[in-house]
Design a protein around this ligand. Sequence first.
Ligand SMILES: Nc1ncnc2c1ncn2[C@@H]1O[C@H](COP(=O)(O)OP(=O)(O)OP(=O)(O)O)[C@@H](O)[C@H]1O
Ligand SMILES: [Mg+2]
Length: 198
Amino acid sequence: MMQDRKTLRRQLRQQRNALTPRQQKIAAAQALRYLGRQLWFRRARHIALYLPNDGELDTAPIIDLCRSQGKHLYLPVLHPVRHNRLWFTPYTRRTPMRLNRYRIAEPIPQGRPRRPAFALDLVLMPLVGFSASGGRLGMGGGYYDRTFAYRMRSKGLRGPKLVGLAHDFQRRNELPLEPWDVPLDAILTDRCCYRISY
Ligand SMILES: Nc1ncnc2c1ncn2[C@@H]1O[C@H](COP(=O)(O)OP(=O)(O)OP(=O)(O)O)[C@@H](O)[C@H]1O
Ligand SMILES: [Mg+2]
């Protein structure tokens, strides 16, 4: 029987929070290897990602690689006007940071040039659970879903490639999905890269 979203979130979050720092480090290093092989990654110049929290796959090695390759990085911040949507603000070594209400580090807004979602090449997003066919279960805020909701209305609309980053154990054969859940183009884990063909 398929579990409800609440139970599944609790179970998967518990599982990833139980990983040791060493396991996290190995997983992040493995995921980096698979990422480096992807053509869509090599081509991407403007990339949004996240800083890990709650046992999420660590992005530190990806950040280092991107910086060494001169790619432009962005972090999500809450949109000042459009309710519960994300904007993306540049993230460099010099970006001043603060803790937000979820105690996650985020850039301090400085009138820096922010990017709307559609002006990015690639978005590497966190998730709680995924299916190999591109289903995504997040933490329950609906932020990514609202931000990329345009994809549900017109499939042909161009925008960034949406890729989930996760530990491979976060995969489920069946996910309790809702109509507003925006599907992913690929999921990258410590074990492989799942490509979705629609
Ligand atoms: N496009 C949308 N427009 C309005 N509300 C939305 C939209 N997408 C999701 N929501 C609302 O957001 C709430 C949370 O959605 P959901 O449980 O899918 O979050 P999530 O995918 O886990 O979170 P996130 O997207 O932040 O990772 C739901 O109650 C849903 O009604
Ligand atoms: Mg969702």
